[in-house]
Design a protein around this ligand. Structure first.
Ligand code: DLL
Length: 435
């Protein structure tokens, strides 16, 4: 495969020594801005006995304090901004149903860089100027919709600002407008594929060629399913509001890890227990520092996402570090009768059974003083009740022997579990009332 088109080839191919030099220069400026303008950072640096000038190499960053989600809540709404609110041209916020939302802000310059990084990311997946890009990420406070929107416009695509929901309409517009790229959460893309099949629409035979999917964990099995059912090449997009939104990292056409844009972000992996940085290649928690954000500089933000990095130059020619697929967060870990279980482990067992669809729901309840896990999954055919009960026993046995937790398994018929319109809800924890 050729390296293909790049939106900003000079920086995408910059040699690693050049990238590190650029990072150091930008990091020094960013720490200075945070210290001068944000009381939270000033207090934190002072408590650690550090001044921005103490950062003389990229390695020195490990001496600086972390930032965590609750710092945003504690400084609600604008306390972490490094510019007067009047210079903030856009606000986004989390949609969390409990507690205060986390609010993020952007200057005009931040928005401009975001659009460039999104254009760069879309180009890396194979989207080209002139393509019709159907954007089914939610518009609104969520960063997905507008993030993709401005990036696709910057790349000079024709953007269809569809947002989530109204799936039948999505399918008519996808075919009528001849979309070449679909941007959506992977779970919603699967919902679109299913509804299209049910209505006899052959999306695989349409001009649709690229899927840009992210905002939630998904697996290689799900990718294979989306590739086949939509007739596309599905690429993984990673990002988070606190750092920018989508466009922090993207899989190129090689699909061998997600390029994290190191001219604007610095990526570290830490051991979530000891909080010490881990060497390149080891698995741990991803920590990101912004290098060019003005409204909301983030210093060592603990993402909670578990992954690892590789700095080998990719076959596409891009030199930026690659983040391996994020399969879960360290705060989605469920503790069930003392056993640590990640939803992705249950998913891995489920997809190992032929005929089990990638729709599942995990429900945690308390029975007496014991935790109880119910795993509901769907088959993709209409097999009878006895066969489903037999399959449920096999799944339960595998979960017990591979993960070490006993659970109840219910195998549902196609379409019985709720479908996603954005980020899929995979876990319901009914053990204690919401905070
Ligand atoms: O989900 C931004 C985004 C929009 C990314 C569209 C990609 C596409 P938040 O709502 O702040 O921002 O959620 C961020 O979602 O910390 C991860 O836990 C998870 N996440 C995002 N992308 C991926 C991915 C957007 N590709 C949180 N794989 C992050 C796994 C992902 N998890």
């Amino acid at each position: 495969m050729s390296a293909g088109y790049m939106f900003e080839p000079e920086v995408e191919r910059l040699d690693r020594a050049g990238l590190r030099r650029l990072q150091l220069q930008r990091l020094q400026a960013s720490l200075a801005l945070a210290y001068a303008k944000v009381p939270h950072y000033r207090t934190g640096f002072d408590a650690a006995g550090l001044k921005p000038e103490d950062l003389q190499s990229l390695e020195d960053l490990a001496r600086f304090p972390f930032t965590v989600k609750s710092d945003l809540r504690d400084n609600y709404p604008f306390g972490l901004f490094a510019v007067p609110r009047e210079q903030v041209v856009r606000l986004h916020a989390s949609s969390g149903t409990t507690g205060k939302p986390t609010v993020v802000g952007y200057t005009e310059g931040d928005i401009n860089i975001w659009a460039d990084l999104m254009a760069r990311s879309l180009a890396a997946t194979g989207v080209r100027p002139g393509d019709v890009v159907h954007n089914a990420y939610g518009y609104g406070l969520f960063t997905g919709g507008l993030g993709f929107h401005y990036g696709a416009e910057r790349l000079k695509c024709s953007v269809v600002p569809m947002s989530g929901g109204n799936t039948e309409k999505q399918i008519s517009l996808l075919t009528d407008f001849g979309a070449r790229a679909l941007a959506a959460t992977p779970s919603y893309a699967l919902n679109i594929a299913e509804v299209a099949e049910q209505s006899g629409v052959d999306l695989a035979g349409s001009p649709l060629a690229v899927g840009v999917f992210g905002a939630e964990p998904w697996s290689e099995t799900m990718r294979a399913e989306l590739d086949r059912r939509l007739g596309i090449r599905a690429c993984d997009m990673y990002g988070l509001s606190e750092i920018m939104g989508p466009g922090v990292a993207i899989e190129c056409e090689q699909r061998a890890g997600l390029h994290g844009w190191e001219d604007h972000f610095l990526f570290e992996i830490i051991d979530p227990e000891t909080l010490q940085p881990l060497p390149m290649g080891e698995t741990g928690e991803l920590v990101i520092t912004t290098l060019t954000k003005h409204a909301l500089p983030m210093v060592r933000y603990r993402t909670r996402d578990i992954t690892r990095l590789t700095d080998e130059v990719c076959a596409c020619g891009r030199t930026h570090v690659r983040i391996l697929r994020v399969t879960g967060r360290n705060d989605d870990m469920m503790i069930i009768r003392g056993v640590n279980v990640y939803p992705s482990q249950i998913e891995a067992v489920l997809v190992g059974f032929p005929g089990v669809a990638p729709h599942y729901l995990l429900t945690l309840t308390r029975q007496g003083s014991l935790d109880h896990l119910t795993v509901e999954a769907e088959v993709n055919d209409s097999r009878n009740e006895d066969d489903r009960a037999h399959l449920a026993r096999q799944v339960r046995h595998h979960i017990k022997s591979l993960i070490g937790v006993s659970c109840e398994v219910i195998i549902r018929l196609p379409g019985e579990l709720p479908r996603s319109q954005g980020k899929a809800i995979r876990v319901r924890d009914l053990r204690q009332p919401a905070e």
